[in-house]
Ligand binder design. Structure first.
Ligand SMILES: C[S@@+](CC[C@H](N)C(=O)[O-])C[C@H]1O[C@@H](n2cnc3c(N)ncnc32)[C@H](O)[C@@H]1O
Length: 284
């Protein structure tokens, strides 16, 4: 049989069960081209694939069909307009988490917040939230000090690499939540693990680190710990904003109120579900 062209290998990938967009992105990866070069594929669909690229493509298709996230295979994920390197040491940043970043920026742009605020991202993973905030502060012509915390040294290594590549300055602390964090912040944000440890959805997320996903019997162990510890690290008037599961808004709001937070409220994700809750620390 003649060597196949791009259109033929894409069609073959779809028969393996891959969707068209994933197949296109994997083919670009196998050809050593960037993910934004899909127009190139359309213009070259009759080009014969070099044998090495065809072999690479087949191998990455099989990884994708087995359930490995596309972002791990291509090694990159876009978040809030930033290209982040990701691998199996960190959770793949999700588009829904941009809601948390938008809310954080709303808090930081409110009257009374200094031009150079101090911000803490707990459980930073790839650095997605901290870097999006640092980048936006910079775009607003503000300085600020953004600190990124994770209990995983591996995750911090990924986040450090992303910060260096993007030319953004963050402070990094390896800590179990706020244990080793000093100082006081205008804003604390976190997308902590929040899936119940027996939730069957965890099976579909088996490629991502379990420590980034599961949080005890009801999924709220980490949120409880953060809500309990955060008041000691917040300036009066500072906000704590948390991402959580689709059915946890009521419980998270109740526990924030119990810890003494006021103006407790939610934000909706892209599907219109309350997936972020937060409150203001009144001080005292
Ligand atoms: C759901 S992931 C979020 C990653 C990233 N912030 C994002 O939104 O893509 C949760 C992160 O919390 C970290 N983590 C889990 N337990 C922790 C703890 N006790 N203290 C600090 N970080 C923790 C995990 O290593 C993981 O990077």
């Amino acid at each position: 049989m003649n060597a196949p062209n791009c259109a033929q290998v894409l069609a073959a990938a779809q028969t393996l069960g891959l969707d068209r967009l994933d197949a296109q992105l994997l083919l670009l990866h196998a050809l050593g081209k960037p993910g934004d070069a899909r127009a190139w594929l359309l213009a070259h669909d009759t080009d014969v694939l070099p044998q090495q690229a065809a072999e690479n493509f087949r191998a990455v298709c099989l990884r994708r069909v087995a359930g490995e996230p596309l972002a791990y295979i291509v090694g990159e994920k876009e978040f809030f307009g930033l290209a982040l390197r990701v691998d199996a040491r960190v959770l793949v940043p999700r588009p829904d988490t941009e809601t948390l970043v938008e809310w954080a920026l709303e808090c930081l742009r409110a009257p009374g917040v200094p031009a150079a605020p101090s911000v803490l991202d707990l459980g930073t993973g790839s650095g997605a939230i901290a870097l999006a905030i640092a980048h936006s502060l910079q775009a607003d012509g503000r300085q600020g000090k953004v600190t990124a915390v994770d209990a995983s040294a591996d995750a911090l290594e990924v986040a450090r690499g992303n910060a260096a590549r993007l030319g953004l300055k963050l402070d990094f602390i390896e800590s179990h939540w706020l244990e080793k964090v000093g100082g006081h912040f205008h804003l604390i944000v976190s997308n902590p693990p929040y899936i119940a440890s027996a939730d069957p959805h965890l099976e579909a997320l088996a490629y991502e680190p379990l420590a980034a996903l599961a949080a005890g019997e009801d999924g709220l162990d980490d949120i409880r710990a953060i809500a309990r510890q955060a008041p000691d690290s917040l300036l009066p008037g500072g906000w704590l904003l948390l991402e959580h599961g689709y059915d946890q808004a009521e419980a998270v709001c109740a526990l924030l109120a119990r810890e003494g937070f006021v103006q407790v409220q939610n934000r909706l994700d892209l599907a219109g579900i309350a997936r972020c809750s937060g409150g203001l620390w009144p001080g005292g």
